[in-house]
Design a protein. Structure first.
Length: 253
């Protein structure tokens, strides 16, 4: 017959009642006593701290330097640290030091390769896209595909998407290794100066998609196209909208 310990026996340690720690954690993860209070209660100020003998060499404020010239006195006393000649009129605000380093945000459990996402911001907001992978910066790499709804390969923050339960099987998808954050960096466009040529000419030059990006888009869309049927293509082509009486927090996507 197995005997189970009662609650009273679990509170006992070596036959004595278990004592509650002095500095236990209150609600909200806040400790009962602060650092200074525990320093006083533990009497840590009585403990001797071994300090090594450290002798700091003091630098002289003035240095005697030799001066050339018969009428210059031969020597001159000079300050080792000269005061600055310029003082700012206002104190510069220095940022506070922090040891926190921004890391890559974790991917939500509802987002896996092939999950259909709904974009909430940007020029393609309301459109449905297919999630491909997460980049090193934490952004999501998605595609429309482009031939379905006009959404090209682009990066999206997972905070501005809605993950649906609809998925596309992308187990055999092979993405090029160079599809990373550096691939999507904006290229600088050379602006024409106003003095060059005609003054009425348009100085702004528009961005043109390179042939390399068009080829990569066709390569990815061709693999995704094999996994999408006619019904799924119609679902990706339809925009997400809310009508009267529809509440997103009560919907199941």
């Amino acid at each position: 017959v197995e005997l189970h310990n009662t609650k009273e026996e679990e509170k006992m340690v070596n036959g004595k009642p278990r004592q509650k720690p002095r500095n236990y954690i209150l609600a909200g993860g806040i400790s009962r006593y602060g650092r200074s209070a525990m320093y006083r209660k533990k009497a840590l100020y009585k403990k001797k701290i071994a300090v090594k003998n450290f002798q700091k060499t003091k630098e002289p404020h003035f240095v005697v330097k030799d001066v050339n010239g018969a009428k210059n006195g031969g020597k001159r006393i000079v300050l080792t640290k000269k005061s600055p000649r310029y003082y700012p009129t206002e104190d510069d605000r220095r940022p506070l030091r922090t040891r926190k380093k921004p890391g890559v945000c974790k991917l939500r459990s509802s987002i896996t390769p092939g999950t259909v996402l709904i974009l909430l911001v940007g020029r393609h907001k309301g459109k449905r896209v297919v999630f491909l992978k997460q980049l090193e910066s934490g952004l999501l790499l998605v595609t429309g595909p482009f031939y379905v709804n006009g959404v090209p390969l682009r990066r999206v923050n997972q905070a501005f998407v809605i993950a649906t339960q609809t998925k596309v099987d992308l187990s055999a998808l092979q993405l090029p290794e160079y599809l990373d954050d550096g691939y999507f960096r904006r290229t600088k466009v050379d602006k024409k100066k106003k003095g060059d040529g005609n003054i009425f000419a348009d100085s702004s030059s528009s961005y043109e998609v390179s042939d390399r990006r068009k080829g990569d888009q066709a390569l990815v869309d061709e693999q995704v196209k094999q996994r999408i049927d006619k019904m799924m293509a119609g679902y990706l082509r339809a925009k997400f909208t809310l009508q009267k009486g529809q509440y997103p927090h009560k919907m199941v996507f």
